[in-house]
Design a protein around this ligand. Sequence first.
Ligand code: PEP
Length: 253
Amino acid sequence: MRQNIVAGNWKMNLSFDEADNLIEELVEKLEENELAPNTRMIVCPPFPYLELCSDASVDSYFAVGAQNVNENDNGAYTGEVSATMLHSMELDYCIVGHSERRAYYGETDALIAKKVDQLQKYDITPIFCCGEVLEEREANRQFEVVKRQITDGLFHLDKEHITNIIIAYEPVWAIGTGKTATPDQAQEMHAFIRGLLAEKYGKEVADEISILYGGSCKPSNAKELFANPDVDGGLIGGASLKSEDFFQIAMSF
Ligand code: PEP
């Protein structure tokens, strides 16, 4: 059975002390309240706070992931972080292909495919982001765009490796804008993505893969979004920076 997942992407936010407070508050809430069965919380802080968060996660209340990875093993790549490093810290997850990396750092589908392989080589589950920009949605090209991102970023994987992927559909027009996709828009795209996976790998495999929604998800809309049959949770930006909001979203299953 596929997992329900709520992953928090802190992006480039918070001082060390603020990060420390946020993670402590989260641990307190998780000590006092259990998440629904089959529900996993993942926290993706900036690189310098990974150790702080993994230390706080020792009792397995949540898992920790990175926000990016370099496509090479190791070497002269100043400022970059490798999958071998993340693996040596026993991290289980890493976001790849976030729209901000595609837009500001020119990440292509081909590069993202290499990062996916690199993570899987070191047993780290990629949280693979896809989604259309506003102009593409307005031109009704969202399905074509997402199909290309999924095909070029993931479809070189075999059956065994595709099941070690989490997909996050994040319509770019909904990220950090306060505009959320309607539950119907989210379900429509998630069902489309699951259909692509089923065509390529078979229904049984497609049914095992968690597909998260991202884009201004908050406590007030999480329940309605997650109630859809193909929405298996959320990738949360802004609302993951407030422990109560993030926790309430995780309690929305
Ligand atoms: C994100 O960037 O992954 C995201 C979903 O951000 P927000 O929740 O702030 O829209």
